[in-house]
Design a protein around this ligand. Structure first.
Ligand code: NAD
Length: 473
């Protein structure tokens, strides 16, 4: 069993001032796997002070110098991809195939930010006016547990590219993977104080970052409730905020879709990261006239989504991260049944033989209407709601009838038609004919899914201020 007692402040691992010890429980079997000393306000203030000292120099660095640091970070993080993947599997039960993709995506964020540096108009001038883009200052980066390594890398890469120094507060549920990542990044020989990492509770370390006047910007990934509190509490010190929040993303299956391809793609988007994904496509909108065929296709395709040991490369759905998350998913499945939806596959309880960990049955509901709780609220588990529609217009209306607007998908064979439907979705990102990614494309939400964007030049911009200098004569 591992014991972690340090934070990373001013270029070194230092003992925690905070004394609270938290148990880390492995979700696959419910056993204790690690104990972690959580940081307190004092640890956080020390980290902020280190970041502020470092900003005095790093904040004046040239974009080319930052590009060189990003290249070093990319090399350093690349060296630990296997270890980071293994930690995600152990710590939150992420299935190994998907966890590796998340880690690779995080590591690539350093390379993508380096590339994006070249696309940003750092200085523009005309007549006697010069406009420059300046780093906003010390940034507090607060992450969620469900892809913690990816979020840490992505936010840090953008901040480094912009010229900001940072204090990262990883999710308190991700200390093992955070530790490996920090060890890796330490090898990049960064200027002291550019990177500081304090593990601790949101209400303690996170709240100090949000209230501290020396922190200029908060980049947050997590739930809507905490995002609202960050916006509210950050207002006192006029924090710039980026909020990456939840989703209830629609997948529109057009009536010309080829079900043999479209249904596995739709299930893959619903169950990715065992359903614990902000972008999970948890509402599948299908034409009424194809509903029966869709039900059969789903029942047939479920064989490709086995539940089990997340370390097994064949497993598609692992355990939920915690007992709390298990209970939450169970309560939504119960609610769906109570509100009159029909269980097509899955249902309540553990899958047979997997009673020891926090495993749930991947569940597909049919006869769901868009006003049911399971169609409106983010469940954060492998629970898919199938909703029937009558026309493309009806599908677009249902898709947009949500508080959320993070992600969406359109599946169909007539590409111009799929593009037309995609262009009507009120969401920050829409994919056509399957899940795909582009590290230069923006990521972020409409409506309650938050605001601000990450990735590429869009993500770097979120850490910049604009300054104009005008000469009178
Ligand atoms: P959470 O909101 O409980 O916690 C997120 C982070 O905020 C953690 O590090 C936590 O310690 C911290 N925190 C908690 N209270 C705080 C406070 N008062 N002040 C400052 N920080 C505080 O969310 P979670 O359970 O870790 O993650 C799941 C949620 O994250 C889901 O809603 C999911 O949709 C969302 N999410 C969004 C994206 C995206 O890109 N939009 C990506 C992944 C997850």
């Amino acid at each position: 069993m591992q014991t972690l007692t340090t934070h990373y402040i001013d270029g070194a691992f230092v003992e925690s001032h905070g004394r609270e010890v938290m148990d880390i429980i492995g979700p696959t079997n419910g056993q204790l796997i690690a104990q972690v000393n959580l940081g307190d306000e004092e640890d956080t203030r020390r980290a902020i002070a280190a970041a502020q000292r470092a900003f005095a120099t790093y904040g004046t660095s040239k974009p080319q110098e930052r590009a060189e640091i990003l290249r070093r970070l990319h090399r350093a993080a690349s060296a630990r991809i296997d270890d980071l993947t293994a930690a995600m599997v152990e710590e939150y039960g992420g299935v190994v195939q998907f966890s590796r993709l998340l880690v690779e995506s995080g590591v690539n964020a350093f390379a993508a930010a380096e590339k994006a540096i070249g696309e940003i108009p750092w200085v523009r001038s005309w007549d006697k006016t010069t406009v420059t883009l300046e780093p906003v200052g010390v940034a507090g980066l607060i992450t969620a547990w469900n892809a913690n390594v990816l979020f840490m890398c992505l936010k840090f890469a953008s901040a480094v590219a912009a010229g900001c120094t940072v204090v990262i507060k990883p999710s308190e549920m991700s200390p093992l993977q955070a530790r490996i990542l920090v060890e890796a990044l330490h090898e990049a020989k960064l200027p002291n104080g550019l990177l500081n990492v304090v593990t601790g509770r949101g209400q303690v370390v996170g709240a100090e970052l949000v209230r501290n006047p020396d922190v200029a910007k908060i980049s947050f990934t997590g739930s809507v409730g905490v995002g609202e509190s960050i916006m509210r509490d950050g207002a006192a010190t006029m924090k710039r905020v980026t909020l990456e929040l939840g989703g209830k993303s629609p997948t529109i299956l057009l009536d010309d879709a080829n079900l043999e391809e479209a249904i596995p793609a739709a299930l893959g988007m619903a169950f990715m990261n065992s359903g614990q994904a902000c972008a999970a496509g948890t509402r599948l909108l299908v034409p009424s006239k194809r509903l029966d065929a869709v039900k059969h296709a789903i029942a047939d395709a479920m064989i490709a989504f086995p539940v089990g040991d997340p370390a097994d490369p064949k497993t598609a759905v692992g355990p939920m991260v915690s007992q709390k998350q298990f209970d939450r998913v169970q309560s939504y499945i119960r609610k769906g049944i109570e509100e009159g939806a029909e269980v097509l596959v899955g249902g309540e309880g553990h899958p047979k033989g997997l009673e020891a960990g926090y495993f749930v049955k991947p569940t597909v509901f049919v006869n769901v209407s868009n006003d049911m709780t399971i169609a409106r609220e983010e469940i954060f588990g492998p629970v898919l709601s199938v909703i029937a529609y009558d026309s493309d217009e009806d599908a677009i209306r249902i898709a947009n009838d949500s508080n959320y607007g993070l992600h969406g998908a359109v599946l169909g064979t007539d590409l111009p038609r799929a593009r037309r439907v995609a262009s009507r979705l009120r969401a920050g990102r829409v994919v056509i004919n399957g899940m795909t990614d582009d590290p230069q494309a923006p990521w972020g939400g409409f409506k309650f899914s938050g605001f601000g964007r990450e990735y590429g030049a869009y993500g770097i911009n979120a850490f910049l201020e604009t300054r104009a200098i005008l000469e009178a004569a």
